[in-house]
Design a protein around this ligand. Sequence first.
Ligand SMILES: NC(=O)c1ccc[n+]([C@@H]2O[C@H](COP(=O)([O-])OP(=O)(O)OC[C@H]3O[C@@H](n4cnc5c(N)ncnc54)[C@H](O)[C@@H]3O)[C@@H](O)[C@H]2O)c1
Ligand SMILES: CC(=O)N[C@@H]1[C@@H](OP(=O)(O)OP(=O)(O)OC[C@H]2O[C@@H](n3ccc(=O)[nH]c3=O)[C@H](O)[C@@H]2O)O[C@H](CO)[C@@H](O)[C@@H]1O
Length: 475
Amino acid sequence: MSKLEKLFKERGPIKKIGVIGMGYVGIPSAVLFADAPCFNKVLGFQRNSKSSSYKIGMLNRGESPLKGEEPGLEDLINKVVKAGKFECTPEFSRISELDAVTLAIQTPFANPKDLEPDFSALIEGIRNVGKYLKPGMLVVLESTITPGTTEGMAKQILEEESGLKAGEDFALAHAPERVMVGRLLKNIREHDRIVGGINEASTRRAIELYSPVLTVGKVIPMSATAAEVTKTAENTFRDLQIAAINQLALYCEAMGINVYDVRTGVDSLKGEGITRAILWPGAGVGGHCLTKDTYHLERGVKIGSGQLDYPEGADSIYVLARKVNDFMPVHMYNLTVVALKRIGKEMKGSKIAMLGWAFIRDSDDARNTPSEPYRDLCLKAGATVTVHDPYVVNYPGIEISDNLENVIKDADAVVIFAGHSAYSDIKADWVKKITGKEKPVIVDGRNVIEPDEFIGKGFVYKGIGRGDKNEHLLM
Ligand SMILES: NC(=O)c1ccc[n+]([C@@H]2O[C@H](COP(=O)([O-])OP(=O)(O)OC[C@H]3O[C@@H](n4cnc5c(N)ncnc54)[C@H](O)[C@@H]3O)[C@@H](O)[C@H]2O)c1
Ligand SMILES: CC(=O)N[C@@H]1[C@@H](OP(=O)(O)OP(=O)(O)OC[C@H]2O[C@@H](n3ccc(=O)[nH]c3=O)[C@H](O)[C@@H]2O)O[C@H](CO)[C@@H](O)[C@@H]1O
């Protein structure tokens, strides 16, 4: 039996748990641990920062500080607080009371341009854990991090601060979060859980921590670095799949065919390992996952110790996929310019009505929205831009209205960016009347309208992947 396993034996099964970072990941994670009968107490650690200290009081009153609908979450917080099984605190010294502590701290990119992650908040959290770390404890990083971080930076800081040895005196693992806002509890309970320790004993101790909260999902054990690569790769692959269909859409436009016919054809190949994972083309890829995780993966292979063997001078297909997806708002701009030209207009002096600011349909989440680069291009070219969104109420520096008529009024071009369900009901007659234009332009970035209805009413139509309609005769 290893030294670490002896320490676990002395300590007994995990009973007291700490979760650092009371956010979208940490709160549901903490209350699910607290709700598990085999655990006695969970402490939620939240630093007393100006922007987030309000969460401490709310949580200890059994209220959820998270925005938006989270089915079951507030009831569960209430339940475990009332049962005395969960408490939120800014007292990091209480970490020393625990058997296990997880870190669910944000890891944003300092700025979208240089794609260097900002680990400062996470490092502060890791330091605090190190300061109060005791022999036999388990430390788990849940944040999305660059592959190599657990075995590297995190291990180093924890050992420096505690004077203990990772893998011998304490267990260290990575267990990435796969939650989606809006279904946090369901995702944690039902998704399979990737659990990666820096050694076998750490992995086993982490499995003991996560198994009780899983209902449908099962634990998938691996090394800590493999767990970090799994998380970043699963989003990199989704981004790659989206880029593949976006590139096909551009090809179909160039070849004068309908990408949706091709998609139906390709998608018809099913089963026996021949299924093609063909997704949906669109006006771009936003969000806080797919726009970043590729770069975490790319950094991981750069800071990794091994020598990468790859075609000389070739771009990573993953980075290329990012470039294709980031090109889609530019393509939307190019489609708008060509359409305006057909009616003798230019971007300069035109009024562009944008429908959709959220990065994903029927959501108020606008993080890294592809609508923003498109709007910037239009403004730079001298157009005026109005923005409609039924869900996004505010966004720094942008005026967004939920009044469709006001946004579309007098527009030269109506450009659909988000696939909000509301947009599939807009009628060509109504839009034309509100624009007051003989030949308005409509550009459909999410395939939500019927091209012939608008072409028949005199619109200049452009749609992503609609090579069969984009050169239509003007009615
Ligand atoms: N939100 C999601 O849907 C989602 C999904 C998958 C993965 N993730 C990953 O999970 C991690 C956490 O994301 P999130 O959405 O929960 O972030 P969040 O911003 O909602 O929550 C982070 C919390 O940690 C607190 N915090 C920051 N530094 C701290 C410190 N040093 N000590 C204690 N508390 C501190 C913040 O005040 C905040 O309350 C990120 O790495 C993210 O990439 C998030
Ligand atoms: C836990 C976690 O990390 N979860 C991630 C999260 O990702 P997310 O919240 O960023 O949402 P996505 O659905 O990936 O959309 C991103 C952008 O891509 C555009 N898009 C999408 C599909 C398509 O066919 N064509 C497109 O153009 C869309 O408009 C939007 O702008 O949830 C996904 C499950 O939804 C998960 O798989 C994914 O791991």
